[in-house]
Design a protein. Structure first.
Length: 325
């Protein structure tokens, strides 16, 4: 009996301290609650682009819009879903017969890509605030009271390789410059990026480009008379150099329009008031353009600025260098 009591006493002595340590052990702390957070917005889901340019002559499809004088232009474009959808506004300095204070372009569309193919399907509305009809010395009205008009735009481009891109563009306006004459412009373009070090000295950023197009114009139905507007061929070729956000473009433009056809199509006030109906707005022209273009996805030298850093640029050549576009 005494042996059993001794063993029981020894067992309790060894067991109770262990139970005491277990009871005194700290209770593990509960893990902090996880607070749900909203996912970060992909910067490519919504982006912006803006730019400014100075031109020695605002040449639109071979016709001067500034009476052969220099002009300033600017644009702002918002893009959604990595540039798939876009909407924009641009403003251009002009000197036109209907004497608007400026030209304003409002655009919207979609730019899908499929492999080497890229497309631009959109709508552009051209607005001329402050315009008024041009009336000749004999009371004849030579321009529409409202020259505002819109175009449907379709573009397709194929990247043959990293250097060469070929494309085709179609623009259609039910009422060209408010004359109620339909206008359709079709053109083909080619762009070639000159490899760095060509001829052992050329820098990167050089682009050669060219465009050839045909403008098909209909018959007017405006109050100033019913007549057929002349169709014409237009072409340009030039070279552009881009450094960071800056581009310098030098381009030669020409059309098949005669001076008489140009006077009829443009209603150049000088040709009307001197009675010759001949204009040089559509002839040969060499145009220099200096532009700066910024995007929020590639702000370049403007990365440190608190701005809406970032194509619808003005109706300049589709073959020009980086822009608007």
């Amino acid at each position: 009996m005494s042996i059993r009591l001794a063993l029981l006493s020894l067992s309790l002595t060894l067991t109770l301290p262990t139970l005491g340590h277990a009871a005194d052990a700290p209770v593990p702390k509960q893990a902090p609650a996880v607070v749900p957070t909203l996912p970060a917005v992909d910067p490519q889901m919504v982006s912006a682009a803006f730019g400014f340019r100075f031109v020695s002559d605002y040449n639109s499809r071979g016709i001067s819009q500034t009476n052969r004088h220099p002009g300033a232009q600017g644009y702002l474009e918002f893009q959604m879903l990595d540039g798939l959808f876009y909407t924009g506004i641009s403003g251009e300095q002009v000197d036109l017969p209907n004497r608007p204070s400026m030209e304003m372009d409002f655009s919207a569309g979609i730019r899908p890509t499929f492999g080497a193919w890229s497309f631009d399907l959109g709508y552009v509305f051209y607005n001329y605030p402050g315009e008024r009809a041009l009336i000749g010395p004999d009371g004849t009205i030579y321009t529409a009271n409202n020259a505002d008009y819109y175009e449907f735009v379709g573009k397709a481009a194929y990247a043959v390789n990293d250097a060469l891109t070929l494309g085709v563009n179609v623009y259609h306006a039910p009422s060209y410059f408010g004359t109620h004459a339909p206008g359709t412009y079709v053109s083909g373009i080619a762009k070639y990026t000159i490899p760095e070090g060509t001829f052992g000295m050329l820098p990167s950023g050089l682009l050669l480009s060219a465009e050839v197009g045909q403008y098909f114009l209909g018959t007017t139905k405006a109050s100033f008379g019913v007549f057929k507007l002349p169709d014409y061929t237009y072409g340009n070729v030039g070279i552009a150099y881009t450094y960071k956000n800056f581009t310098v473009d030098l381009r030669y433009h020409n059309t098949s329009l005669t001076k008489s056809e140009c006077g009829l199509l443009t209603a150049d006030p000088r040709s009307i008031f001197n009675g010759t109906f001949r204009s040089n707005w559509c002839g040969q022209a060499v145009v220099a353009t200096v532009s700066v273009d910024v995007t929020s996805k590639d702000p370049g030298i403007f990365a440190g600025q608190e701005t809406l850093a970032p194509s619808v640029p003005a109706r300049t050549s589709d073959a020009e260098g980086p822009a608007v576009r």
